[in-house]
Design a protein around this ligand. Structure first.
Ligand code: HH2
Length: 266
């Protein structure tokens, strides 16, 4: 299967790599259109930064940021809404979003699971211990891959119990969320083990700080590391890559596919 690219449209003043660049709705819509033309099948619109230590945003402000952007992009591509608030997700679905990308895996808002079930949208369930404010305090695991797998399996069960169809669920190991450099590398190296969960895998390494920890690069200089980690994730079975730099990733994926031929076991 050809991996899908999910282009990142951050409508925030404080995202770690592009905060403030697309805060204006027109600028965000234009950026999303460009990512679509570059090869993104999905546009992931977010109005709240999840970077470590980020301050939470209120519902009204988050809605004010994302709603016009979802309206502006929904006719262009499949839109996912990156939120953990049910009220924001609901307004985004009304505006045309077809996927809810919830970094809390439906634990952040008690209304979220029922909303996703009722509206039959796609759902991305991501692994994150604690919240963005606390997750990097002291991440410890026995075997990080086993624990992430167990967590995701439990979240799939909870989602299905809430009425979400299993075939609507995608899973994400949450690279950079409550993990040390070694944890992130281990998850990428052994990503294939998560295929046992039987659901498509989303991977987001784009410009993340684990790359800078390897080579000291600043956030704007991490494209090479983003591509290397994403391509290796594809070789391990990633189905969706969440990235900022869609054109470069589209080329990398095409070349990787050409070299790999058919992926093993699929
Ligand atoms: N990473 C970020 C945000 N949302 N969602 C999923 N499913 N997977 C991820 O890895 C993921 C995510 C963080 O990246 P970014 O949106 O660029 O930054 P910020 O949260 O600061 O806006």
């Amino acid at each position: 299967m050809k991996p899908k690219l999910m282009g990142i449209v951050n409508v925030t003043p404080d995202s770690f790599s592009d905060g403030g660049r697309y805060l204006d709705a027109d600028a965000a819509i234009a950026h999303g259109g460009e990512l679509f033309r570059d090869g993104a099948e999905i546009l992931d619109v977010g109005g709240e930064s999840t970077r470590p230590g980020a301050e939470p945003v209120g519902v009204e402000e988050e809605l004010r940021r994302v709603e016009p952007v979802v309206v502006g992009l929904a006719g262009t591509a499949t839109v996912s809404i990156d939120t953990s608030k049910a009220a924001v997700a609901e307004a985004a679905i009304d505006a045309g979003a077809e996927i809810v990308n919830d970094v809390t895996a439906l634990r952040g808002d008690p209304e979220m699971a029922a909303l996703c079930a009722e509206r039959s949208v796609g759902v991305v369930l991501m692994h994150m211990p604690g919240s963005p404010r606390t997750m990097q305090e002291d991440p410890t695991y026995g075997d990080v891959v086993d624990e992430v797998k167990e967590f995701l399996a439990e979240r799939v069960k909870a989602a299905v119990a809430a009425g979400i169809a299993e075939d609507k669920i995608w899973l994400d190991p949450g690279i950079g969320f409550g993990k040390t450099l070694e944890h992130n590398l281990e998850l990428l190296r052994r990503l294939g083990e998560l295929r046992g969960l039987g659901r498509p895998l989303v991977v987001g390494t784009s410009r993340k700080s684990f790359i800078g920890r390897i080579d000291g690069s600043a956030v704007e200089d991490r494209l090479g590391g983003t591509i290397a980690s994403s391509v290796l994730a594809v070789a391990e079975g990633a189905d969706v890559l969440r990235v900022h730099d869609v054109a470069e990733m589209a080329q990398a994926v095409r070349v990787a596919q050409a070299v790999l031929g058919a992926y093993p076991d699929r």
